[in-house]
Design a protein around this ligand. Sequence first.
Ligand code: FES
Length: 652
Amino acid sequence: SDEALVIFTPSGKRGRFAVGTPVLQAARALGVDLDSVCGGRGICSKCQITPGYGDFSKHGVTVAPDALSDWNAVEERYKSKRGLIEGRRLGCQAKVMGDVVIDVPPESQVHKQVIRKRAEARQITLDPAVRLHYIEVVEPDMHEPSGDLERLSDALRDQWDIARVTCAFPVLAILQTALRKGEWRVTVALHQSEDSETPRILHVWPGLYEGGIYGMAVDLGSTTIAGHLCDLRTGDVLTSSGLMNPQIRFGEDLMSRVSYSMMNENGAAEMTAAVRDGMNRLFGQVADEAGIDRNLILDAVFVCNPVMHHLFLGIDPYELGQAPFALATSNALRLRARDLGLDVHPAARAYLLPCIAGHVGADAAAVALSEAPEKSAELLLVVDVGTNAEILLGNTEKVLACSSPTGPAFEGAQISSGQRAAPGAIERVEIDPATKVPRFRVIGCDLWSDDPGFAEATAASGITGICGSGIIEMVAEMRMAGLVDGPGLIGSPDQTGSDRIFQDGRTWSYLVHDASASGGPKITVTNRDIREIQMAKAALYSGARLLMDKFGVDKVDRIVLAGAFGAHISPKHAMVLGMIPDAPLDKVTSAGNAAGTGARIALLNRRSRAEIEDTVRRIHKIETAIEPRFQEHFVNASHIPNAVEPFPVLSG
Ligand code: FES
């Protein structure tokens, strides 16, 4: 017959095609994901496929040795010059001659799965906004007076079916040279964030460009700025790096920065300059670490809380400092990176995720994108723990969001022996309930304090303080060891039977470690420290509890702790403190920096941008400040674990 059956694996898509149809064309017709940059000219090798020969009883076909056409001159030339893996063919050159089974290897798939370790989280399908297209442009002549850009647009229309394009202004300056240097063959980087938006030419290279194009996913936090540099062709993260937000010098927390802008004439502008300067240093740092030219960064996605959002954009955050906390805009933003003062490719794009509300920012939207509560059959509580906790509660039925002011205690601030997470900080604690003696581990050392060799192993860093996750474990362990009661008071030596308790003004304190003999600090927990943690955890819990009220439930199925800090919290200790609602411990997991992951998803999959914009529109925002129940929950939650709520898993 003059038709043949073509079956593609792993997709399983199949169809009948006229003998002589190129494999790439058959793939296109069936919607099989097979890459091509050169448009089927046999030079980019993106379309590689592996034909299978012999008996495929599973598919009901037998593939004859001559099921594909012989190697033509183009394919031969490619193989001899550049080499091809044994068994591979170029899909644009090999033609279907008989029934055949064709495997598309992962590297030939455009929309490949980007590996994400957590099975329960949303998986990422690669579909970046910026892609490369190779084209051959008609030369100008005296009778056809159109411009080079117009003929280039025609080529995109004829060779790639791209009906309309716009051109980023900086491209015009390099276009003519590139066309002539490439002898009318060029590769363009085309940006298309959504189907509705006209694609935009961001760059043009002479000939077939085989180098990389990159994107940055950035989580702009009040304390740190963290970025992932991604290869837009593979979805791989090349480097991740971070730095302190230089705005810290204007105020530790968000509200102090808002008041700095209120009290200083150019306050907001100074902070905008500082954060943009920091951002540029971060871009330079990751580009250096990955050994790439920062001019090849063509796309960037940013997530941040509303105050950072406004300051990064150059908007005075004044309105965010007072009720009703109106944002200049809550919509997602599509900008030129240059408009944000970024020193990257001059035509590079920037995308900011939408904000959920005046208190719940694009960082929370990114967490929603990463954890996908709206796709969860189970009722999922997501808590992003920082100086402000962003809380999401939802399932396929609906999603609620709020933020709760936990303050900086979880970052070790306002805690007498508190410090940021760094080598030498106590991060894990156990207190023997009988002897009340603590054993602990510090960041940068795998040994416990009572292991042999601990003193030597920590000699360099010293034992310098307690970090946020350490203080949570400490207070929970003190409660379990009977050193602290439900209302949060440290007992006297008589009440507790511990000689580590000492008088400290009008209250009692607990001695954790005395390093003063070796010139180090005395690490203690004071009753004020306990108080700070009680306030912070009560804020977090009441926010979650309020969302549960609004949802009409008194328990949740699953809890995800997000945030750089959330990743280090022990679920058991968080529950002992009553920081999160009671749930089976195996249903409490950590998502690491979910906001950063959300930024990476939006960078690598352009469709996810429209998706999160839609989700955010449907999220119900709860404003904790005007909810009377919040205060009530807060008072109850100040107790450890809680004055009224049962914690059956803990007691069981
Ligand atoms: Fe470029 Fe086949 S599509 S080599």
